[in-house]
Ligand binder design. Structure first.
Ligand code: BGC
Length: 367
């Protein structure tokens, strides 16, 4: 009898210790929060990694960040690695919104809370929350900028979009189209590079299928090279009446810079207004130098903070606050949304330097 008691108390002590170790930072290789980001090849996501590191330094929970390098297979592998490390919360920005369903379904099976980060994971019920910027507003702001800076009427409009595997590409384009369409209808703009958009130009609201058709023609795949090649092809095909002073809807900074470089070398293009998004350092320099017209600044510090706060709330056993929902094709995902800011030459210093997002000496020629 005595022996049995000894054994039981010994087992209790062992259990207590393993329990404590699991709760500790890095105890036994355990990770509390796993973070999976799409690629290191774009400054946008390297920046998110840095902002996560800055913000995580003072949480008591352990975290690990992995990159998927543009591959859904790698992404699934990353999620499995993190599941094996015992994560309780997964923060994930998918490479491909549909393909990521399998990865998050595997996490859900282990009772892990899944937070989609910036990009929604689509057509699965295995997403608990979504932290995001107002992506419709990103597209709307780009479109409004083109309208505000259009010279006269009949302005050739070149349309470009993100990758069709990214739900955001649809939201950005949808947001832009709603604002642009009336100005296409009234003759302010004429579409220069998409027969699909031209065929739909009288429709203010486009369905997902209609958007797909346009994206199929003008996608950059979020790839600067693809953007460059498309821009070259479009300008080679364009007649003289599609040159002169033109407007360009470019979906993000990486693609905007390469599209702008192509338009800048065409002698028949006398001026162009080109949009962007992300406030990448290279594009801020382009804006200062007058080579890119604007960018939509998405303060990643806020998104990171929202994602971490949400994860910590879940780990503390409480319910995170949300501000709305996003339909992912299968369920309405509870979401927390953040506003965006238009930045051009006029306010670049105020929004990005005075706000301490970047340092002034990261740039040259800043007034
Ligand atoms: C993000 C953008 C980014 C793009 C390409 C989108 O989902 O919202 O900020 O520029 O992906 O990586």
């Amino acid at each position: 009898m005595k022996k049995a008691w000894k054994l039981i108390s010994l087992m209790l002590v062992v259990l207590l210790f393993t329990g404590l170790a699991a709760g500790c930072n890095n105890g036994g290789g355990k990770v509390n929060v796993g973070i999976v980001l799409p690629t290191k090849d774009e400054p946008r996501w390297v920046q998110d990694e840095q902002r996560f590191k800055d913000a995580l330094s003072d949480t008591k929970y352990s975290t690990e960040i992995l990159f998927s390098q543009g591959s859904s297979a790698k992404e699934k592998e990353n999620v499995e690695t993190l599941i094996n490390k015992g994560i309780k919360v997964l923060i994930i920005s998918p490479q491909d919104g549909d393909a990521a369903a399998a990865a998050v379904e595997a996490a859900k099976k282990e009772d892990i809370t899944v937070i989609a980060y910036d990009r929604l994971i689509t057509n699965t019920d295995a997403v608990d929350y979504y932290v995001t910027f107002d992506s419709l507003a990103v597209g709307a702001a780009q479109a409004q900028y083109l309208i505000d800076h259009a010279k006269g009427s009949g302005v050739p409009l070149y349309l470009y979009a993100g990758a069709a595997s990214d739900n955001n590409a649809f939201l950005f384009f949808e947001g832009a189209w709603k604002v642009l369409q009336p100005k296409i209808a009234d003759g302010t703009f004429k579409i220069a590079n998409s027969s699909e958009a031209e065929a739909l130009k009288d429709k203010a609201e486009l369905s997902r299928d209609e958007l797909s058709k346009i994206l199929g023609q003008v996608t950059t795949n979020w790839d600067a090279n693809e953007a460059k090649n498309k821009a070259q092809t479009h300008l080679t095909a364009a007649s003289a009446d599609l040159k002169g002073d033109v407007a360009i809807l470019a979906p993000n900074d990486g693609t905007a810079r390469s599209i702008a470089d192509v338009f800048a070398t065409d002698g028949d293009v006398s001026s162009f207004v080109v949009t962007g998004q992300d406030a990448e350092k290279a594009s801020i320099q382009y804006i200062i130098d007058g080579k890119q017209s604007m960018t939509v600044f998405k303060d990643v510090r806020t998104l990171v903070k929202d994602a971490i706060d949400m994860a910590v709330t879940v780990l503390d056993g409480k319910k995170p606050e949300t501000t709305g929902t996003y339909d992912n094709g299968k369920v309405d995902v509870k979401a927390k949304q953040t506003d965006v800011i238009v930045v051009d030459k006029e306010n670049v210093k105020k929004e990005l330097i005075d706000s301490k997002y970047y340092k002034a000496d990261d740039f040259t020629g800043l007034e």
